[in-house]
Write a new protein. Structure first.
Ligand SMILES: Nc1ncnc2c1ncn2[C@@H]1O[C@H](COP(=O)(O)OP(=O)(O)OP(=O)(O)O)[C@@H](O)[C@H]1O
Ligand SMILES: [Mg+2]
Length: 224
């Protein structure tokens, strides 16, 4: 269970303070699939970054699996994230100094699995995503859709407790959006991971257990 209570986030922009999140409460059950919509600049990425322990809110508490994440040190947060959280970033953030297969294997290597085992697992998952011919390429030489599939493989390889996905289909056409969503959901359903996915694409909403809209720094359940 993931529990956000009264989350607020403000940023200093120039001389003024901008209140982006104004008191968000959100509970996510194990295996639950949640989608976050809202206009550009409404705070979707901010919310995912707070859930992913990548930034500290100005107020509020975050509990994941009954652990109070606010009181963790920076190092504890890094270790917790490494084990429990998969993140598909809005701009992929693949490492250009490493090959596709190495990018995907890194989360396992960081969790102390052997290099041999991690590369084998990465090879397996890349095959299921139709990328077996690209394993030795550098990410920058792949198409946008292929890079997104690599980012998905990297985020799910460690079977995280929670998967955060920030517009994972943002740069894809309709057909590839459908394919990529099916891939994410089929993997998630097998490993009972909770999913929080931010998107602008309202066609995706019906695939989720619940959908929330960020509006004026608050979230409300959105029903279609
Ligand atoms: N580190 C920061 N410093 C200052 N302002 C920030 C920072 N991060 C985000 N913001 C501001 O917070 C607001 C929300 O940004 P955020 O990236 O969460 O929006 P979003 O809903 O993800 O938008 P998009 O749909 O375009 O990705 C924006 O106005 C942005 O300028
Ligand atoms: Mg965003």
């Amino acid at each position: 269970m993931i529990k956000l209570t009264n989350i607020k986030q403000s940023y200093l922009q120039g001389k003024s303070i901008v209140n982006v999140l104004n008191g968000i409460d959100l509970n996510i059950a194990k295996g639950e699939k949640i989608c976050i919509i809202g206009p550009s600049g409404s705070g979707k990425t901010t919310l995912l970054n707070i859930l992913g322990l990548l930034e500290n809110p100005t107020n509020g508490s975050i509990q994941i699996n009954s652990k109070d994440c606010n009181s963790m040190s920076l190092e504890q947060k890094t270790l917790f994230r490494r084990k429990n959280i998969g993140y598909i970033f809005q701009n992929n953030q693949l490492l250009e100094d490493f090959s596709v297969i190495e990018n995907v294997a890194i989360p396992l290597i960081l969790n102390n699995f052997s290099k041999h085992y991690s590369l084998n697992k990465a090879s397996e998952i890349l095959k299921t995503l139709g990328l077996e011919d690209k394993v030795d390429f550098k990410p920058g030489t792949l198409s946008g859709g292929e890079q997104q599939r690599v980012a998905i493989a990297r985020a799910v390889i460690k079977k995280p407790f929670i998967l955060l996905a920030d517009e994972p289909t943002g740069s894809l056409d309709e057909e590839n959006t459908k394919k990529v969503m099916e891939i994410i959901l089929s993997i998630i359903n097998k490993i009972d991971t909770s999913l929080v996915l931010a998107t602008h694409n309202l066609d995706l909403v019906k695939k989720f257990d619940k959908c929330f809209k960020v509006d004026d720094g608050l979230i409300n359940e959105f029903k279609i």
